[in-house]
Ligand binder design. Sequence first.
Ligand SMILES: O=C[C@H](O)COP(=O)(O)O
Length: 358
Amino acid sequence: MTKLLASVTGPEEATIALAGGADIIDLKDPAQGALGAVAPAILSATLREIAGRRPVSAVAGDLPMQPAAVIDAVAARGQADFVKIGLFPAPRAERLAVIDALASLAETVRLVAVFFADGDPDFGLLEALAAAGFYGAMIDTMGKGGDGLLSTLSLPALSRFVSRARAFNLVTGLAGSLEPPDVPRLLPLRPDYLGFRGALTRGARGERIDAAQVARLARLIAGTGDGQAAGEPPRPGPQSLDRIFVRDFVLDLDIGAYGHEHGRRQKVRFDIEAKIARIDTRHDDIAEVYSYDVLIDAIRARADAGHTDLVETLALDLCREILSDGRVFEVSVAIAKLELGPGAVGIEVTRRQGEMAS
Ligand SMILES: O=C[C@H](O)COP(=O)(O)O
């Protein structure tokens, strides 16, 4: 289950984050940069305030990739439950030297490496992180207030990061000017946590965080916008269902069983309809709805996965993926190849919750 990491400035905001339902309290001074560090004394005060009710992390600071400086900053914050270290832009050898040097602390401090989506991220370093004994790896953005994570890295790239880091037994996190509509798009990647600062305030990133904003994101991550967690079996059928749809979405796809269909892309049209419980948007809150973005992302992710022989396989894979969200009662997927015949040719399938093995 994905957790909510809330970046706070000290004990006062930590209690607000706790009240709002944050799972991880992350200490950071937003005025000092993407990973601006707070003083060790503020870390101690926050640990006293939280008193073990949640894990508390601290960032090492916006530091140059110099082993001695990074080690000192991490060691000074070793009392935190984990310490986040930014892999800032630098030649590979310099980043590796920092990672290797931190191996000496990894036995006593849980270390989390932070890649920056907009800072030349080198995911080839995941192996070195695992070898050095790191506890986790996450992606954030250096720039704040502009393009967020999803404008900087594609969902398939983020998905590959999560799978790869997990294969090295690293805890995974995603952050970077995330906003509420990003949450349902990132949850299918199943990161261990999503991190927020800007979206926790009612204004700029440097303003005080707000418990209602934290709670809104906590609700969204828990998938309880409609009173039911994603992945749970559907409740007894409602009187009628509403439909979320994507129509006429055309992509160039590597698909087909014939030899002449291999090694080239052809135009394929997707029409998807997901049936969900009746919508009630009394609060005009994204947490209350199932987003069509999730359908579009599922199509794009599957299209990115390489060659498929059969439209049938593609259609059923999409049904399985979409039904993995317990809010969807039934889904219809129509896939049409547009370049093979005089007209469109393809398949349409409909599947309900519980009908498909995961
Ligand atoms: O670790 C998470 C960061 O504090 C995220 O901050 P942001 O949401 O303002 O980009």
